[in-house]
Design a protein around this ligand. Structure first.
Ligand SMILES: [Zn+2]
Ligand SMILES: [Zn+2]
Length: 257
């Protein structure tokens, strides 16, 4: 569609073999190093609905990547000085670079494969920008994403489900970037780039076969177990289309003895 990511971004994609050849950053394998934990770091106060979304995202990340995921205590907004705040059209915004460099990077635990911060506050990335949905530092393995523009969390049940789906998508997409996956150009995939929320909403929550192979290798997971668990999560959270896809995938990859 006009305005979609691939119209104005020249990307060649990344095959499974190219991924393996490029010495990707991955979590350490069991027994081979400490970096095996994903951290979810809330920033600022979260209302009940947003806190529920963060709890659900924490569980989903552990199923998606097959890693231990720990939710940390929220970091207070008092840690953000006035030079990293501003007001735009009556809404306070936080400077995403400050959160990455000053709040997240220095607090990255030794056993962290990556740390993902989620906030209900609005973000901006610096001069010349109105806002940003999120920003990551692949080198430092930290990222921050805002749920502020994902909709009204109290508009039950559609509003909460929409925010959950959007947050699941951004959290898995960006974590996979931290494990050196590039944008996917060959298939409909959670790793497709997106210019707008609408384009992102049209994309699936799941990985295409090529990106799935990368993640299964990078995180040393069994595909059938992973799909069965993701299907149960999707069913429990009324993500009907996803539940069907994950269930079918679980059946398709099951090895008949
Ligand atoms: Zn991306
Ligand atoms: Zn893909």
């Amino acid at each position: 569609m006009p305005g979609d990511w691939l119209i104005d971004h020249q990307e060649r994609g990344q095959t499974y073999l190219a991924y393996r050849r490029n010495r990707p950053v991955t979590p350490d394998r069991a027994g081979e190093g400490p970096r095996r934990v994903l951290y979810v770091q809330p920033i600022g106060e979260l209302g009940l609905a947003h806190a529920g979304v963060v709890a659900d995202v924490t569980e989903y990340l552990s199923l998606f990547f097959g890693l231990e995921v720990k939710r940390r205590d929220p970091l207070s907004l008092d840690l953000v000085p006035t030079k990293a705040r501003r007001k735009r059209r009556g809404t306070e915004q936080l400077l995403s670079a400050f959160i990455l460099d000053e709040l997240l990077a220095p607090r990255l635990p030794d056993d962290a494969a990556a740390s993902i911060a989620l906030t209900a506050e609005d973000l901006w990335p610096g001069q010349g920008w109105n806002f940003v949905f999120g920003e990551a530092s692949l080198e430092d393995r930290v990222g921050v994403w805002s749920m502020h523009r994902y909709g009204d969390p109290d508009a039950e049940p559609e509003g909460r489900r929409r925010i959950l789906r959007r947050t699941l998508r951004v959290a898995t997409h960006e974590t996979a970037h931290m494990f050196s996956l590039r944008h996917c150009t060959a298939y409909e995939c959670v790793m497709n780039g997106a210019n707008t929320l609408d384009e992102s909403d049209r994309g699936p929550l799941w990985l295409c076969p090529e990106c799935l192979a990368k993640i299964l290798w990078a995180t040393d997971q069994d595909a059938s177990v992973r799909f069965t668990r993701l299907a149960a999560f999707a069913r429990a959270h009324d993500l009907t289309e996803e539940a069907t896809f994950f269930q079918r995938s679980a059946a398709a990859v099951r090895v008949v003895p």
